[in-house]
Design a protein around this ligand. Structure first.
Ligand SMILES: Cc1cc2nc3c(=O)[nH]c(=O)nc-3n(C[C@H](O)[C@H](O)[C@H](O)COP(=O)(O)OP(=O)(O)OC[C@H]3O[C@@H](n4cnc5c(N)ncnc54)[C@H](O)[C@@H]3O)c2cc1C
Length: 285
C-alpha cells in the first residue's frame, strides 16, 4: 500500500487521476474500512494538510465550507452561533471530542450514512457540493446526491459544501436521539429551518431527517402541512402525525419502526421548539 500527502488541491487532482487512490481526510470512517479489509484501492491520498480545504469562507450571500474542515472547526466558528446554530449543534453531537477533532464535513458527506449528523441541517440550507477532477468542476445539489444516488467518481475530490446564508429571521435547529450519550451514531435526527411572518404563521419551513430512511432526506409533506399555519400545540401534534404516517410508509415492516414512531415525536418537537424559542422566546411544549 502506498500513501501520499497532498499539499495542494491541484496535486491531489493529479494523484487521483494517476492512481485512482482513496482520499483520506480525518480517517475516522476510512481506517475502520481499512482494518475490516473493505478498502478497494491500494493508494491513499491524504488531504488533511491542505489549508484551502480546511476553512470556512463567508461571502455576501453564501457560505463555503471546505471539505476537509473538521467538526471542531465548525463548532468553534462564530458564524455558526446565531441563526446557523443548528449546524453547530449537529457537529457538536458527532462522536467524541477526538472524532470531532479529526472527522470532516466532506468525509461525512462522502460516507453517505443515513445517520450522518451534519447532513440534515445542510439539506435544510439547500446546500450544494462542489467536486473537482482533472476534467474540471461540477456541482451537485446535496439533496439530489442522496436521492438520485449520484456517485462521486473515482478521480473526483469534494472541494466544498456551499449554501446561501439564511435570512435574519430564519433559524436553523437540530435535535438528535443517540443510542448512547457518548460516541452515539445518531439513530434519529431532525433539522428544521423556520421563519414566521408578522402574524406568527409559518412563512418558511424546511425539515430534514436522518435515519428515517435509506439516506438523510427532506420531508416535503410535513413542510407543506406546516406552511402558513400557526405553530400551536394542536398544529404541531398534527404535523407529528403526518411525519409518522410518511415514515411509516417509508420504513415499512422494519423492526425499528415502532420505536422510531414514538421517538420521532420528541425529536421533531425539540427541533421545532428550539427554532420557536430562538425566534420568539416562547416555549409551547
Ligand atoms: C467512534 C465513532 C463515532 C462516530 N460518531 C459519529 C456521529 O455521532 N455522527 C456522525 O455523523 N458520524 C459519526 N462517525 C463517523 C465519522 O466520524 C464521520 O462520518 C466523519 O465525518 C468522517 O470524516 P473523515 O474526515 O474522518 O472521513 P474519512 O474517514 O477520511 O473518509 C471517509 C470516506 O469519505 C471519503 N472522503 C473524505 N473526504 C473526501 C473528499 N474531500 N472528497 C472525496 N471523498 C472524500 C474517503 O475516501 C472515505 O471513503 C463516528 C465514527 C467513529 C469512529
Amino acid at each position: 500500500m502506498q500513501a501520499y500527502r497532498g499539499k495542494t488541491i491541484e496535486e491531489v487532482i493529479q494523484l487521483l487521476a494517476k492512481y485512482k487512490g482513496k482520499i483520506i481526510a480525518g480517517g475516522t470512517d476510512l481506517i475502520i474500512d481499512l482494518r475490516n479489509g473493505k478498502l478497494t484501492s491500494d493508494t491513499l491520498i491524504d488531504i488533511s494538510s491542505i489549508e484551502e480545504l480546511r476553512r470556512v469562507e463567508e461571502y455576501d450571500e453564501t457560505i463555503n465550507i471546505g471539505a476537509a474542515t473538521t467538526f471542531t472547526q465548525i463548532i468553534e466558528n462564530p458564524l455558526f452561533q446565531e441563526n446557523l446554530y443548528g449546524l453547530k449543534r449537529a457537529c457538536n453531537t458527532v462522536g467524541s471530542p477526538q472524532i470531532r477533532n479529526k472527522g470532516t464535513i466532506g468525509g461525512n458527506i462522502a460516507n453517505g450514512s443515513p445517520a450522518a449528523d451534519s447532513i440534515p441541517p445542510l439539506l435544510c440550507l439547500d446546500s450544494i457540493i462542489v467536486l473537482e477532477s482533472i476534467k474540471g468542476k461540477r456541482e451537485i445539489g446535496l439533496e439530489d446526491y442522496y436521492k438520485d444516488n449520484i456517485s462521486i467518481k473515482e478521480d473526483e475530490l469534494i472541494i466544498s459544501v456551499q449554501f446561501k446564508k439564511p435570512d435574519k429571521g430564519q433559524i436553523l435547529s437540530f435535535a438528535k436521539l443517540g443510542l448512547r450519550k457518548a460516541l452515539a451514531i445518531s439513530r434519529l435526527s431532525i433539522a428544521t429551518l423556520l421563519e414566521l411572518d408578522e402574524n406568527n404563521k409559518v412563512k418558511t419551513i424546511k425539515i430534514a431527517s436522518g435515519s428515517l430512511g435509506r439516506y438523510p432526506m427532506r420531508e416535503p409533506i410535513v413542510e407543506e402541512f406546516l406552511l402558513g399555519r400557526e405553530l400551536t400545540v394542536d398544529v404541531t401534534d398534527k404535523a407529528v402525525k403526518v411525519l409518522q404516517q410518511v415514515m411509516g410508509e417509508r420504513l415499512g415492516g422494519r423492526s425499528t419502526l415502532p420505536y422510531k414512531r414514538i421517538a420521532v415525536e420528541r425529536i421533531f418537537k425539540e427541533a421545532l421548539g428550539d427554532g420557536l424559542k430562538r425566534l420568539k422566546g416562547v416555549e409551547i411544549w
